[in-house]
Design a protein around this ligand. Sequence first.
Ligand SMILES: Cc1ncc(C[n+]2csc(CCOP(=O)(O)OP(=O)(O)O)c2C)c(N)n1
Ligand SMILES: [Mg+2]
Length: 862
Amino acid sequence: MPAETAEPARRVLPGDQARTLNAYWRAANYLAAGQIYLMTNPLLKEPLRPEQIKPRLLGHWGTTPGLNFIWAHLNRAISMQDLDMMIVIGPGHGGPAALANSWLEGSYSEIYPSVPRDGTGMAALMRQFSFPGGVPSHVAAETPGSIHEGGELGYSLSHAHGAAFDNPDLIVACVIGDGEAETGPLATGWHSNKFLDPARDGAVLPILHLNGYKIANPAVLARIGAGELDSLLRGYGYRPWYVTGDDPAVMHEQMAAAVDEVTAAIRAIWRDARAESGGGADGSAAPVSSDFVPVLPGQTAAGSATAPEMPAAARGHRQRPAWPMIVLRTPKGWTGPAMVDGLPVAGTWRSHQVPLAEVRTNPEHLRQLDEWLRSYRPDELFDAAGRPRPEILTLAPSGNRRLGANPHANGGLLLRDLDLPGAREHAVGVRAPGQTTSEPTRVLGGMLADVMRRNLDQRNFRIVGPDETESNRLHAVIEVTGKTWEADILPVDENLTPDGRVMEILSEHTCQGWLEGYLLTGRHGFFSCYEAFIHIVDSMVNQYVKWLKVSRRLPWRRPVASLNYLLTSHVWRQDHNGFSHQDPGFIDHVVNKKAEVIRVYLPPDANTLLAVADHCLRSRNLVNVIVAGKTPSPDWLDIDAALVHCARGAGIFEWASNDSDGVEPDVVLACAGDVPTIEVLAATDILHQHLPDLAVRVVNVVDLMRLQPVSEHPHGMSDAAYDALFTADRPVIFAYHGYPTLIHRLTYRRAGHEHLHVRGYKEEGTTTTPFDMLVLNDMDRFHLVMDVIDRVPGLGARAARLRQLMTDSRARHTEWIRAHGEDMPEITKWKWPLAAGRSADAPPGAAPRETGGRAIHVPRLR
Ligand SMILES: Cc1ncc(C[n+]2csc(CCOP(=O)(O)OP(=O)(O)O)c2C)c(N)n1
Ligand SMILES: [Mg+2]
């Protein structure tokens, strides 16, 4: 089988291109090694002295020469074929490579004029690297041309695909480390090719860099044998080209041939798909015809028989192309020191970071460094003033074609506003609080469908999710656009289509990576997920927030659309799935992050959800977390009230409160989250009935960050505003959607903190009834009433009977559900009482509530 073999040394490079490529590569290698080691003497005009070496040697050499090699060859292809290309560098720890190349091509100095493309700039470039006050050692937000940090490994392929979606002329070259390829996110990322539409999307060119090693171990894919690797990659649906060796002369020829062929193959795939779908972008003449999966008759994983192929008719649409990729096998630390202290370094894991570690103190290391750097012959590469000699740049592209200057990698430059309908258009009618119910996410689905419809032509809005869009009741969106699917389609399937804009793959990592790549290249999106499982991407979110935090300080990085999460099927409504599906901790996770980037919204009903979602879709450079239920729940606010309430972020539900200005309330019942809001209002109802003289203020918090002090968060509340809302000294019983400690964390400096008593999820859960979830966690209405009785000074003795009734009601509940398998009717049928003299369809407006005189079932004192 045609597995990996070193190609014979074909000559494909005309004229002196091989020499130019090699000179450029030497220059990039020189600049990269110089960044790791040199504080001064960048051009080696004198023999190296210890004091010219950085005291702390921080950087990664091992991956760098391979990255430089790739960059040089991509440059050539871009220039020769006028390609629109971006690069995503999976082993982003090879920061010196990206910096060296950006400086060589000039994009670096354009963004950072203090690092000009001459000797002084070279000195600055080298000195600033991994140096206090300088630039990070990895590819980072500061690095021109990048949308991918690559410090936390695993996300390159999903980022690259996110960038390629809806960019029909863009090729995203994606370097994948052979260690990175062992991560879960990268492994599932290969499947992104089943979601890439050759007719309407661009292309991703994976370049698997088999340098053989990670930090201290061999890489799995470098040691499984050529045949097994080939089968794996073809099994993932790719068509690999192999470039293997260590002789630069041979390697330049091989790599140039491979890059020419894979770019031709991409164009052929585009051309075929676009001809078939009747138009589209570039399909210019290409020497290679496109290929399809499966491409090798009779060839499957080692030793197995060929699997029967699905009949073409069953696929339902054209064949999926086998996208080309390159497997580049070069030595780790290529061109660096071969032996150090008697041990092999180049071509081994020992070259991962700094091959010579004691250059300041060990004269032999210093000598080796001097020899190594001079082996690139810098005087041939740079003129006396330190400028790159023009002849080494002849194959480097110019302007926006440079990999460091492609506008897609600074997506805010390309960002177009969404055409948004606004929340009003999709609002549910609410005549009086709590008389009707809606499924909030279904209502949101209507608005998102409209957003999708209005922006179909712009092709800049996508929704991602791990197989839950319909379960999360956003079905209306799917009806507008369908779900992206390039793999086989059977008659039984519904709504699958190659150009769908709802993207579902059961990999939260891939969803997150796609969306990040899509947003960072200037588009908009929405991620809907079960609340418990969004934790899977905790670490990716960390990285993304770091990226945004840094980007916001870089004036040249234009703002991008926010990353919007809808977390639904949440903890209180996962009673049927049980304990595994109950975890509200993502909020705790994100609030640790930089406050300027994070927003958390807990809309209590459908209209507030619309208001919040509309706001988030208009925002920039943020991570917005919205938590909302999908099951029928009461509509509390009409759209006018919802918009006002969301603008306040936290406010008094006047219609539910019976305190009045001029007198402090006896107790504040606060709530954040849809289910806590129901419970607080139900508890308030009980209090109003049984203790009508108790002045109760109901406060609802939609924007959780309002609880923080202004000094801590841009949405924070002043102490004066906080004290006015929550009082400085009255008991506050706070029912919160998530873990109670978070509310304490956010408010610990507030005057009334010692009077704040928070109920929330305390990790009690199972498969049970919805109300039992509340009882198990002591956040049910009965317990909230008990809390009030216990916390309001002097109330205990006066309300002993009510307290006893509440305890009994909890016991009655437990008994009831065990007997009947569902919640008590007084729970399931409870409604907020209408004010006397009003009917549910009375005109909207102030709805002062009155106690008593209602025909609903509430617990009675016995
Ligand atoms: C998710 C993750 N785990 C661990 C690390 C620590 N780490 C940094 S580099 C590296 C080895 C990377 O190997 P490879 O992808 O082959 O890169 P290269 O050989 O090109 O340096 C590891 C394990 C990391 N950066 N990210
Ligand atoms: Mg490696």
